[in-house]
Design a protein around this ligand. Structure first.
Ligand SMILES: *Cc1c(COP(=O)(O)O)cnc(C)c1O
Length: 372
């Protein structure tokens, strides 16, 4: 029996025929674009998160672009993004003509470092850029420090965006993802904590006017109907079929988050004495999109685990400022040494809600043996 890194088939078995029935229902009514399941799922997202408005869209990358468009971010604007993240976080700023400015992350949480953000703001101003937006990432399922980020952003007149592609369902001091920043974006890519069977995404906000604007932007900048086009927009909608699937998956998300935390606790107990395991500060609840440890000989560990049938993955091997397509954009003064070190040391272990105890014990023993 091979061990899965993320086991979507176990989840499917757990759901029984609920997915098939949800799909059959859509095939029956035939409203494939913006059918009733889309609005129903958006309502479910609001109920789960506590956000006033949830606007679904084509994917988590489009969600970021929609937010940049809704705020009119463009030429001359600095958008602060962490150097240690998936490319999409930084990708949309240049697409709308703005400049991404790379900021380092905190070694313990993997999330935006506040000192580096301050240095980045100074770097941007010295380059003649206007600080407009900070996109913090809730990496691996744990939120960034939004209360602290908000203080800096307020002082500078910047909008805060939470890129929660990996963290829908997580919380900070009892407040759920979707309510921690002016805008929150997420992704329903299959491997994310709340994933569909294709692409999908959403934007959350409490601002009714911006929500209406986002609903226009996702359908070609429509006015009162789709043949009345009042602005430049995108074609970025969540498919009705995916919404139907997501309604069923959202119904089990709370239980899955509990299960993910049990898996994380077992890893911490089994490995905490020999490797750097992730730390969850007081007040944070992670949804563990990834369980990421740090070791000095990362590639050696990956090879030995592979021999023992344990799959691993590296998120992320190259910090953003070292990516060929991004090497010309500004970096906060002082550079991003933590992001560079993490890129060399991180390795993620199998993590999903259906990882049973005997399998996990095998993984833990394999890691211990490989490091001995
Ligand atoms: C997955 C991911 C995205 C992009 O989501 P897609 O739905 O694949 O477009 C953006 N940011 C982060 C941090 C991600 O992990």
């Amino acid at each position: 029996m091979s061990i899965a890194f993320i086991d979507l088939q176990s989840q499917r078995r757990h759901l029984g025929d609920r997915i098939e029935r949800a799909i059959a229902k859509v095939l029956e009514h035939g409203n494939y674009i913006m059918g009733p399941e889309v609005a129903q799922f958006e309502k479910g997202l609001c109920e789960f998160s506590g956000a006033r408005h949830a606007i679904t869209c084509g994917n988590g990358t489009d969600a970021l672009q929609l937010v940049l468009m809704a705020e009119g971010v463009g030429a001359g604007d600095a958008v602060f993004v962490p150097a240690f993240t998936f490319v999409a976080t930084a990708e949309m700023a240049p697409l709308v003509g703005a400049t991404p400015v790379f900021v380092d992350v905190n070694e313990e949480t993997f999330n935006l470092d506040l000192g580096s953000l301050e240095r980045g703001i100074a770097t941007a101003k010295a380059a003649g850029l206007r600080p407009r937006m900070v996109i913090a990432v809730d990496l691996f399922g744990q939120t960034a420090d939004y209360p602290a980020i908000a203080k800096i952003a307020e002082r500078e007149g910047m909008v805060v965006v939470a890129d929660a592609a990996q963290a829908f369902g997580a919380s900070l001091n009892g407040a759920k993802v979707g309510t921690l920043a002016k805008y929150t974006t997420t992704s329903f890519f299959p491997a994310k904590p709340l994933g569909c069977y294709g692409d999908g995404g959403a934007v959350f906000t409490d601002d009714a006017d911006k929500a209406a604007l986002l609903r226009s932007l996702r359908v070609h900048g429509k006015g009162s109907d789709k043949y009345d086009n009042v602005r430049i927009g995108l074609n970025s909608r969540l498919d009705t079929l995916q919404a139907g699937i997501l309604i069923e998956k959202l119904a089990i998300l709370a239980d899955e988050i509990i299960a993910r935390n049990q898996v994380a606790d077992r890893y911490a107990q089994g490995l905490g004495d020999i490797v750097a395991v992730p730390k969850v500060p007081a007040g944070y609840v992670s949804v563990w999109a990834q369980y990421t440890i740090r070791v000095t000989d990362r590639d050696g560990l990956a090879a030995r685990l592979k021999e023992k049938g344990v799959p691993t993955a590296v998120y992320y091997p190259i910090p953003m400022p070292s990516q060929t397509g991004y090497s010309t954009y500004p970096v906060a003064t002082g550079g991003v040494p933590v992001s560079e070190r993490l890129s060399r040391e991180v390795i993620s272990l199998p993590m999903h809600p259906y990882l049973d105890e005997p399998t996990q014990t095998k993984i833990i023993e394999a890691v211990r043996a490989s490091l001995a």
